[in-house]
Design a protein around this ligand. Structure first.
Ligand code: FO1
Length: 313
């Protein structure tokens, strides 16, 4: 990874792909900081839901529903069924155990704790060894504009099943958000900073819109390694390609590299995308290729091993 460093890795993360990468890394490396996106956070029935934080916590605690890529495995849905009886909308499928997470988080917020403190407490409760740090304690809301109007990301993706053409993406509050000082330190002190294979526009993008985070990343770009969430022209999971297209970004590893080129000097792409190497190198970005499809624990471990042994920053 780095010669003479202390082996500290900091990952900017959001979504299922990020969890898979971090799961591999924690089994190889003791000091992992995970800076989490908060742009997907959503108020539901007065409860504060933080999908990217929770997916990471559940993933590392071996509680994640692997088939869905979110929520608690084998969860029940009695709470949601009752909300339906009360006439509430139930398109956002919060399970019973998951609801307890949102309920306790909301209560702690009401009692004056901030999201960072609550997340730390949760990591302890779920015995998660990685240090999960919300990128900010302020509110950022990722909103999607379609021909049906402008809406929260969860409404676009879950309620409307992501089917409408995307016209624009906004990160409400990102310009005023104060970066979490612990996140800035975790970037500053890391031997390697990884942009996880999350959605570049809705998982990683909101974090890079925070001035203090972006500034630190630009300063340390030689240590920054992006892991592509795309193979060919498609995202491994989720709507990344759709958002990239809407933003006028080429939907492949080259488009991703170009988008990240001011904050990142290294990229890991899939071996199937080898033909893009030269084009990406012309952006002054070092390219590594390996298998990035993280379909099981063996693949997760292999990527983590590759990062530790092959990537030099
Ligand atoms: N994704 C869905 O596609 N449908 C759901 O009903 C849903 C519920 C849900 C509840 C809690 C949670 O933490 C995540 C949830 N997700 C659901 C995932 C979420 O919408 C997104 O995939 C993430 O925000 C993207 O990172």
């Amino acid at each position: 990874m780095v010669l003479g460093g202390n082996g500290m890795i900091t990952v900017l993360a959001g979504g299922t792909g990020s969890v898979k990468l971090v799961r591999g890394l924690v089994s190889h490396e003791s000091k992992i900081n995970v800076i989490s996106n908060v742009g997907d956070n959503y108020w539901l029935y007065g409860l504060y839901v933080c999908p990217d934080i929770d997916t990471m916590v559940y993933g590392l605690a071996d509680l994640l529903d692997q088939d869905k890529g979110w929520g608690v495995k084998k969860d029940t849905f009695n709470f949601l069924r009752q909300m339906e009886v009360f006439g509430e909308e139930t398109w956002f499928r919060v399970g019973d155990r998951d609801a307890a997470t949102h309920l306790i988080r909301t209560n702690m917020l009401k009692n004056g704790k901030n999201l960072s403190e609550i997340t730390k407490w949760m990591c302890e409760k779920f015995a998660v060894s990685a240090n999960i740090i919300p990128v900010t304690d302020n509110s950022i809301e990722t909103r999607i504009t379609t021909d049906k109007g402008e809406m929260h990301l969860q409404e676009f993706w879950v309620k409307h099943r992501g089917r409408d053409p995307v016209e624009g993406i906004q990160y409400i509050g990102a310009d005023k958000a104060r970066p979490n000082p612990e996140a800035v330190n975790a970037i500053h002190d890391a031997d390697m900073i990884i942009l996880a294979p999350g959605n570049p526009l809705t998982s990683i993008g909101p974090m890079l819109q925070i001035k203090g985070i972006r500034k630190e990343m630009i300063k340390l770009k030689k240590k920054v390694v992006a892991v592509s969430p795309l193979i060919g022209n498609d995202a491994v999971t989720g709507p990344a390609a759709k958002y990239m297209e809407a933003a006028g970004i080429e939907t492949n590893a080259y488009g991703l590299a170009k988008m990240y080129s001011d904050v990142c000097s290294n990229i890991i792409i899939d071996t199937k995308d080898k033909q893009l190497v030269k084009k990406i190198q012309d952006l002054d970005i070092k390219v590594y290729d390996t298998k990035i499809l993280l379909k099981n624990k063996t693949a997760e471990d292999a990527l983590a091993h590759f990062i530790k042994k092959q990537v030099r920053v």
